[in-house]
Ligand binder design. Structure first.
Ligand code: HEM
Length: 433
């Protein structure tokens, strides 16, 4: 890292961070030229944005001095979609909500969701087996979006998820997989689903049937100080947050994982050997944890393609990061994508190599160079849930099916809030013998 200086250099072309533009390519080019600390001006306001990709700076901004940072550029847009849910809120409101929601992601609660995860994967497996026998290709991007939406809805609403679909004539949340744009039109359509969620909450209040899903946990949560439940508006924002945060991130990671497996047959064989060594697909958290190499495959996928590719922050007071002075109210970016491919910490960073996550390799590495779920107090609340979900998914499907890549469209990144593939990725399923 550079020594102390206030003149942080950077590219002359400003950065358009409206998420309609390929900001990632620009940041990658700037990283190649200026390294792990550079400054770029924002295209509309011309204000400086400081981009740090050294693990010491990651640690400083997200952990050691996290109280000096709020969420930054783009958070207003997320707020239109998610209101004041915990992805967006700050200060005392965020702290209170995080405390109230955290128990819903306790290991014992996740254990209750495993049946939902298995059911959704099993349904997809049946479809893939049928496609394999008919030699029909699948769009893995669409299938991952569908299966992860199904899992998150079942986990939140339990059996009401099916009831809502029946009452509505179709899945009211289907727009999350049917519409790929994440613009204002989408945000308004999505917010209109508040009514569906609120109706479900009202129905539950009117009956005494005991439930164990995430919505039940949120409805039962009480503020530690006041003993009060969440106000309805807040409950709605939190449910919407969990749907969006839990769906698209996992879908995108699994989309990339299947692509990477299709391109790396040695890794795929090792993965299948591990999965097949067990008589059954995993049905407990202990069984999921026994799939060590499978976990490494998921971790390496998240290194190369972190769905949350950009963490935007804004300083409250002036600060000094990596030897550089940063003013109050300055925009600071930490991009997991850049950090995960920093060659000073990741040899041959472009290579897909799950052995990087073996216990020995992990022990020798600075732990602040890996942050697919962010780090510090604002880290992902759903990390354990997501990891278990993704490991169970691949363990269920890859046991029976091999996917062969069908190069239909160019493989391009689309870096909006999540790092998705710009076009659908197609595969031909084959039954394993
Ligand atoms: C591969 C899957 C996932 C990835 C890569 C991921 C990544 C992230 C990242 C990077 C953040 C921090 C954003 C920031 O600081 O700006 C975050 C926050 C969050 N994630 Fe996840 N996430 C995943 C799955 C999930 C799931 C399954 C859920 C819930 C069902 C979830 C719920 C949340 C919530 C509520 C927050 C906000 C936490 C807070 O600010 O207190 N995520 N996630």
């Amino acid at each position: 890292m550079n020594s102390a200086s206030n003149a942080l250099r950077g590219p002359s072309q400003p950065l358009d961070i409206t998420f309609n533009h390929d900001a990632l390519s620009q940041l990658i080019a700037a990283f190649a030229q200026f390294g792990d600390a550079f400054c770029i001006s924002e295209s509309v306001t011309n204000a400086p944005i400081y981009v740090f990709s050294h693990p010491d700076c990651v640690r400083h901004v997200l952990v050691d001095n996290h109280q000096n940072y709020t969420k930054g550029i783009g958070i207003e847009r997320v707020g239109i979609l998610l209101g004041k849910g915990i992805m967006v809120s700050e200060g005392e409101l965020w702290r209170r909500q995080r405390r109230m929601i955290q128990p819903a992601f306790h290991r014992d609660v996740i254990a209750r969701m495993l049946g939902h995860i298995t059911a959704a994967n099993q349904q997809l497996l049946d479809t893939w087996i049928a496609c394999a026998s008919d030699n029909r290709e699948i769009c893995i991007t669409q299938d991952m979006s569908d299966v992860t939406l199904s899992i998150v809805l079942r986990s939140i609403f339990g059996e009401d998820s099916q009831a809502m679909t029946e009452a509505n004539g179709s899945n009211p949340f289907a727009l999350l997989t049917e519409e790929t744009e994440r613009n204002l039109t989408f945000a308004y359509k999505f917010r209109a689903l508040s009514k569906v969620i609120l109706d479900c909450v009202m129905r539950r209040r009117a009956d005494t049937h005991e439930r164990t899903d995430l919505l039940a946990m949120l409805m039962a949560a009480r503020d530690r100080k006041s003993g009060e439940p969440m106000p309805d508006k807040q409950l709605l924002d939190e449910v919407m947050t969990l749907i969006v945060a839990g769906h698209e991130t996992t879908a995108s990671a699994l989309n990339w994982m299947w692509y990477l497996l299709s391109q790396n047959s040695e890794v795929e064989q090792k993965l299948v050997a591990e999965i097949s060594a067990f008589a059954e697909i995993p049905s407990t958290i202990e069984e999921v944890n026994a799939l060590k190499y499978t976990r490494q495959v998921v971790e390496e996928t998240l290194r190369l393609y972190p769905p949350g590719w950009l963490l935007t922050r804004r300083s409250i007071n002036a600060d000094r990061i990596g030897g550089y002075d940063i003013a109050a109210n300055a925009d600071v970016f930490i991009s997991p994508y850049l950090v995960h491919r920093n060659p000073s910490f990741w040899p041959e960073p472009e290579q897909f190599n799950p052995d990087r996550f073996s216990e020995t390799a992990r022990a020798g590495r600075n732990r602040f160079c890996y942050l697919p779920f962010a780090l510090g107090p604002r880290a992902c609340i759903g990390e354990s849930f997501a990891m278990i979900e993704m490991i169970m998914h691949v363990a269920t499907l890859a046991r029976h099916i091999r996917l062969r890549y069908v190069p239909k469209y160019p493989l391009e990144l689309e870096c909006q809030v999540n790092l998705r593939s710009k076009h659908g990725i197609y595969m031909l399923p084959e039954l394993r013998q």
